[in-house]
Design a binder for this molecule. Sequence first.
Ligand SMILES: C[S@@+](CC[C@H](N)C(=O)[O-])C[C@H]1O[C@@H](n2cnc3c(N)ncnc32)[C@H](O)[C@@H]1O
Length: 271
Amino acid sequence: MSYNLRPDGSVEYIGKKIPRAALPPDVGVAQGRSAEATDAYLESKLSHPEYAADPSLARGQERAKDAGMPEIAVSAMQGQMLSVIAKGMGAEKVLEIGTLAGYSTSFLAKALPSHGQIDTIEFSPVHAKVSQQNFLDTDLFPFPTVHVGAALDVLRDPSGAFASPPGTEQGLPLEKRGYDLVFIDADKENYFEYWIEALRLTRKGGVIILDNAVRGGRIVSEENDQPDIDVTGLRKVYDWVEQDAGKTVLMSGIQTVGAKAWDGFAIAVKL
Ligand SMILES: C[S@@+](CC[C@H](N)C(=O)[O-])C[C@H]1O[C@@H](n2cnc3c(N)ncnc32)[C@H](O)[C@@H]1O
């Protein structure tokens, strides 16, 4: 469908109007299309040589597989989306909760200036070790600091790296400033606690991104009262944002289909 501008400034639509699909995957599947193939197409077209197409990232994924780690990293295009956001906002200081083998960490680190800082928190020492091997292989600069431990313990340790309340203003030196960007991608049951910690540690104007924010629509399950630890934390985050009524954050939730099935991201800016 294309558009013609009429002399009076109004717009005329030319061509066949395609009705909007109720649920794109249903319609696409019926026509022989798949979300996975579409992801592969986008990846083949959009992978940047220094980001998604950097061969060391694929080697890192192989290293993770060889170490018996689960294949639950973000997809290539999701990782590159993190790079786009970090680079686009000029992020210099990034925190990630949930490292795995450092795939998403690498996308974030690549988007930072060389004087930047990236911290990532990982529960499993095995995952942390593989991620560090991957960071060396990718030759990341700034080199991510992996904090090993249960994220809440690490974040709340009174003598730890995250203890002192950071300055919330923009433009402070890195060591005094809150994070420009926080990416939450660890155990779902603690998502609400991670959200509160992320708010504490993010500067004003900083961005917080939560992965797995939709869980195949289970966030709106009719069995709302049934404990489903995969989404109860998320619902608490959304309840918090609703009750905040726009005072602290501006947030959006985006559903995704593709290599990672039906899920989504929630993305917020701290006001
Ligand atoms: C989905 S994976 C992270 C994927 C990674 N962000 C990526 O896309 O490449 C979740 C990671 O969080 C870690 N994790 C789980 N519970 C945790 C906790 N309580 N504290 C810190 N890390 C945790 C897991 O060991 C796993 O490596």
